[in-house]
Design a protein around this ligand. Sequence first.
Ligand SMILES: NC(=O)c1ccc[n+]([C@@H]2O[C@H](COP(=O)([O-])OP(=O)(O)OC[C@H]3O[C@@H](n4cnc5c(N)ncnc54)[C@H](O)[C@@H]3O)[C@@H](O)[C@H]2O)c1
Length: 260
Amino acid sequence: MTASLGGRIAIVTAAGSGIGAATARRLAGHGTAVVVADLSGRRADEVAAAIVAGGGRAVAIKMDVAVPERVQATIQLALDTFGGLDIVVNNAGLAEAAPLHEISLESWNRVIAVTLTGTFLGMKYCLPLMRRQGRGVIVNTASISGIAGDYGLSSYNAAKAGVINLTRSAARENARDGIRVNCVCPGAINTRAAELLGKDRAEDFRRRNAAAHPIGRIGEPDEIASTVCFLASDESSFITGAAIVVDGGITAHTGLPDMA
Ligand SMILES: NC(=O)c1ccc[n+]([C@@H]2O[C@H](COP(=O)([O-])OP(=O)(O)OC[C@H]3O[C@@H](n4cnc5c(N)ncnc54)[C@H](O)[C@@H]3O)[C@@H](O)[C@H]2O)c1
């Protein structure tokens, strides 16, 4: 239990599944009231209902992080329901796989809109409020795919690299106003994203990714949520502008074959 999270109010986007759902549950477990925001109203409702059934405080909203009015409505819901806003977790992201020369402009725009513009909007609309109150914490979900390139994911690589540097700019601009801004860079995590590939391809995805991570397995959503909660709490009071890698060691490796 991280005491400083008790009584705080948070928004978590893409909280209907995977890393976002685990983060919403974990924050609620620490006593934070959570706005569970997701493109799927059904998934958001289910996560919020489970938190409330477990004795926590949560409310659901169906929203799209790429739509300014829905981002503003999500912030307003936090204020109307819980009376404030302390923590924003901009977690939504979208990947569409294709070699760069085959990416349509529409696909490029979708990936940038959700992953990078969605993060921008999530920060843009909460910062004036946080600056007025002289405190606040923002945690963005980037990726190891924002640190290095992947075959077939160039639009996602570009968008996540943007999230990392946008995090740094926002941290620099708002540090003197009591606001900390950080991001997490997960390696491959066992979420619905893998399941959407279908049963056989999901197993293949998990096996190949497990082999690529020095730890020998892919991560679980809770292993990212614990880092997000640390960054959202006062335990990390001197950390801002950081991109924290949580990746089972994959970015520690040059990629060269083992020598011994
Ligand atoms: N799973 C991984 O291996 C992995 C690795 C690194 C980074 N990430 C990042 O973590 C974040 C969460 O990924 P996950 O794998 O937990 O996701 P997931 O696939 O388990 O769930 C994604 C959720 O996001 C919601 N969503 C999609 N578009 C949205 C939008 N425009 N607005 C609001 N909600 C939206 C979906 O409805 C869904 O409930 C993403 O930013 C992703 O890029 C994931």
